[in-house]
Ligand binder design. Structure first.
Ligand code: SAH
Length: 217
């Protein structure tokens, strides 16, 4: 599953360039028996299996430098761009990303270790691996020297600008009868900036009024 999507595109190139790195641990290597079991039935009954603490604990203990430990979970703090910026603020940070499977992990793991729970949204995934990839992708792309075009290309994005991004256009200037807005071809930077700001404000008001309230807080 790893590097998965993290092996491609700008994030994959940054991996090749050693701007970031990762070690992957297979929890199955810490299975509690010869069958490779890392899960068991729930105490108290109910459908679905739970990951055993005596498999996850030793897996975590095998890591020399864990840094902050993050467990991906629907009940965690929901990831957003502000949180992403906080996670990358410490340039030398190491993170241990714990990916759950089945119904999740035994609660005692959360008692035993200092763990931050992070959710990537209000829906249920079958495993934490894609959540981990969402997390790493969003963190790496705002790190220095990852995107071309300087810091502008990360600062001019939705959420970074306090709302949603304006509509984007490239060549050809006419496609199937659809024209690129005149102002963008005018070369008038002031007008272009005003147009973009207006588009961004309108879109944000129509689709994500919650972001406007958030900015006023
Ligand atoms: N029983 C849990 C869901 C388990 S889903 C519940 O009802 O809350 C299995 C695993 O997928 C979880 O352990 C977690 O690591 C991952 N996962 C599922 N949804 C997620 C989400 N929205 N954000 C982050 N991780 C998630």
């Amino acid at each position: 599953m790893f590097p998965g999507t993290l092996g491609g595109g700008v994030v994959g190139r940054a991996l090749d360039k050693k701007i970031w790195s990762m070690d992957v641990i297979n929890i199955r290597d810490f299975a509690v028996n010869n069958y490779g079991s890392v899960d068991d039935e729930q105490f108290g009954g109910g459908a679905g299996m739970v990951m055993r603490p005596d498999a996850i604990g030793p897996a975590i203990d095998s890591i020399k430098k864990t840094g902050k430990i993050i467990y991906f979970s629907p009940r965690g703090k929901v990831l957003n761009q502000k949180l992403v910026r906080e996670f990358v603020a410490d340039k030398d940070a190491t993170y241990t990303l714990l990916c759950g499977r089945y119904e999740g992990i035994d609660e005692r793991i959360l008692q035993e270790y200092d763990i931050t729970e992070v959710s990537i949204g209000d829906y249920i995934l079958s495993g934490g691996e894609v959540a981990a990839q969402v997390f790493v992708d969003s963190c790496v792309r705002v790190m220095d020297n990852v995107l071309g075009g300087g810091s502008d290309s990360t600062q001019n994005e939705s959420f970074e600008i306090g709302g949603l991004e304006w509509p984007l256009y490239t060549r050809p200037s006419v496609w199937r009868g659809h024209k690129v807005p005149e102002v963008l071809l005018s070369g008038h930077h002031g007008n272009i900036e005003r147009w973009r700001k207006q588009q961004s404000d309108d879109l944000t008001k129509a689709r994500r009024p919650d972001l406007i309230k958030e900015n006023k807080k």
